[in-house]
Ligand binder design. Structure first.
Ligand code: FES
Length: 106
């Protein structure tokens, strides 16, 4: 799977990810700026916020549940309609994901 991270200034970084890893883990492991992932993926920090691009949003959908939805109300940059916490999006084989990272995570 491939993840395209689109920075706040429009710069795109394309990373080959491993199926089963999250979009957050893939970013942190590859030094992609714009995602912090402070809590390691346990849904308690909201520093892995991303704006999911429309085609990818059609695949992954909205928040995984009420906890992610609540956490999205506490992000550093306000949530948008396609906001997700990227630690909750696991990569699937053969899929390309496109996400925008916010200007700040803290
Ligand atoms: Fe902390 Fe996603 S890494 S909520």
């Amino acid at each position: 799977s491939t993840v395209v991270y689109i920075a706040d200034d429009g710069t795109e970084t394309t990373i080959q990810g491993r199926p089963g890893d999250s979009i957050m883990e893939t970013a942190v492991r590859n030094g992609v700026k714009g995602i912090v992932g402070e809590c390691g993926g346990s849904l308690s920090c909201a520093t892995c916020h991303v704006f999911v691009e429309p085609e990818t949003f059609a695949l992954v959908g909205g928040p995984s549940g009420p906890l992610e939805d609540d956490m999205l109300d506490g992000t550093a940059v306000d949530r948008e309609a396609t906001s997700r916490l990227s630690c909750q999006i696991k990569l699937q084989e053969g899929v390309e994901y496109r996400v925008r990272t916010p200007k700040a995570q803290i």
